[in-house]
Write a protein of this length. Sequence first.
Length: 180
Amino acid sequence: MRKTKNEELGRLTVDEFRKSAKAPVVVVLDNIRSLWNIGSIFRTADAFRLTAVHLCGITATPPHREIQKSALGATDSMAWQYFPETLLSISDLKREGYTILGLEQTDSSLLLNRFNPGHLTKMALVVGNEVNGLSENILDQLDASIEIPQFGTKHSLNVAVSTGILIWDMFVRSKMFSDL
């Protein structure tokens, strides 16, 4: 076994990435306060060739040195848009035919391992603030709430980690990624 060299990875250039087919998935960041989480989510969105990232409310926008530390250039390749309120992003996505899924623990959450995304054609994944999660007015707009099963003493995961788990699961189990 040997470590693969960077030139062997077949990475797209930023221009090639922009022109390439994208998975019809948008990640909506609802008032994310950590710049490192924002950058990490940009990197994950780039890795799975998602359509866009929506930055809402207090969520900071590129260019920002702290976002770049974890994004490592993904803010240059990923399409992104800022909305002063998350509801504006959700409203636009609903008009475009997206199913709105929130990553939140609610009384009617679907456990991620029991959620079947196979029939969906466009998904918006809404992730919330590191302390407060998704607000009630956002929950009212969701088509479904997804929860990651957890078995330890903690019942929460970092928002960037949770977003990565959710996107990986969608990648593995959804037909939306089959054209990439």
